[in-house]
Design a protein around this ligand. Structure first.
Ligand SMILES: CC(C)(COP(=O)(O)OP(=O)(O)OC[C@H]1O[C@@H](n2cnc3c(N)ncnc32)[C@H](O)[C@@H]1OP(=O)(O)O)[C@@H](O)C(=O)NCCC(=O)NCCS
Length: 237
């Protein structure tokens, strides 16, 4: 998914939020999503960033600038300092708390930051868009697919949304492979353009609902463990 939030400047985030199909007043009146603060899969801990993650974020993003440049628009604002990264973490968590955007970091079981993911708010109230990027050193291990499967289950069960969207530039074959692998259905949804090598291009979208999901590849991903803001584990219905 495009544009997950690391390094995304406030102005960029605001302009993206401005593309939503609801006006400012509607933001204040529509219900918030209930997004867990921590999700654990067999190989990943997917959680909100904490201030102490700032140095890891600086290091991973700086090391991956060439890897991320083509599809991650926010790379234009990199590299960032440790202090800027602390501010970024505070602003993403504020956006999380106010229901504007839900940024999550992807960590391995040793606590090493391996990438970013989360839910972007799209057409309220039904649709959330799953975004992702991963450290080039961890590409090709199925970690993004594992994260996307977990977020899809969580999104369709706990958040209040009924539709999970994954969208990307048509040329981004590695990104396309993730929803295809999980059994998402291609969908000609239209919507805001996505970033590709300095240009804005039409988005290619994949959708999943509880009715359309299933199949061996998706079912192979076990239900993750899920925790709320008080670190209380949630029970799957
Ligand atoms: C798009 C991106 C996140 C995809 O990452 P990825 O590593 O290819 O995806 P996964 O982690 O799911 O790995 C899939 C690969 O692991 C392999 N794999 C190994 N073990 C696996 C497992 N247990 N389950 C699934 N796949 C597994 C798959 O066969 C696949 O291999 P392939 O690349 O040879 O086809 C990554 O390329 C990236 O960060 N790109 C730059 C940023 C970007 O474009 N973000 C998306 C914007 S829309």
């Amino acid at each position: 998914m495009s544009r997950i939030a690391v390094g995304e400047a406030t102005a960029l985030a605001d302009s993206r939020i401005g593309t939503e199909r609801v006006g400012a007043r509607a933001w204040q009146t529509l219900p918030m999503y209930t997004v867990p603060h921590r999700i654990e899969t067999s190989r990943l801990v997917i959680r909100r960033y904490e201030e102490t993650d700032a140095q890891q974020l600086v290091d991973v993003v700086v090391r991956n600038m060439d890897h991320l440049r083509r599809y991650m628009e926010w790379i234009a604002f990199e590299p960032q300092t440790l202090e800027q990264r602390r501010e970024f973490i505070a602003s993403t968590n504020a956006a999380f708390d106010s229901g504007k955007d839900y940024t999550l970091g992807m960590f391995d079981l040793d606590g090493v930051l391996v990438g970013g993911t989360g839910f972007h708010v799209r057409t309220r109230p039904e649709r959330l868009e799953i975004g992702y990027w991963i450290d080039e050193l961890r590409e090709g291990q199925g970690l993004v697919t594992e994260a996307a499967a977990a977020l899809t289950r969580v999104g369709l069960t706990f958040t209040g949304a009924t539709l999970m969207d994954i969208s990307h530039a048509a040329s981004n074959a590695r990104s396309a492979a993730v929803p295809r692998r999980l059994g998402f259905a291609p969908h000609d949804a239209g919507g805001p353009e996505v970033f590709d090598d300095g240009n804005k291009v039409a988005r290619t979208s994949w959708w999943a609902t509880r009715d359309t999901l299933g199949g061996e590849a998706f079912d192979a991903h076990p239900y993750p463990r899920v925790f709320d803001s008080t670190n209380t584990e949630l029970t799957w219905p």
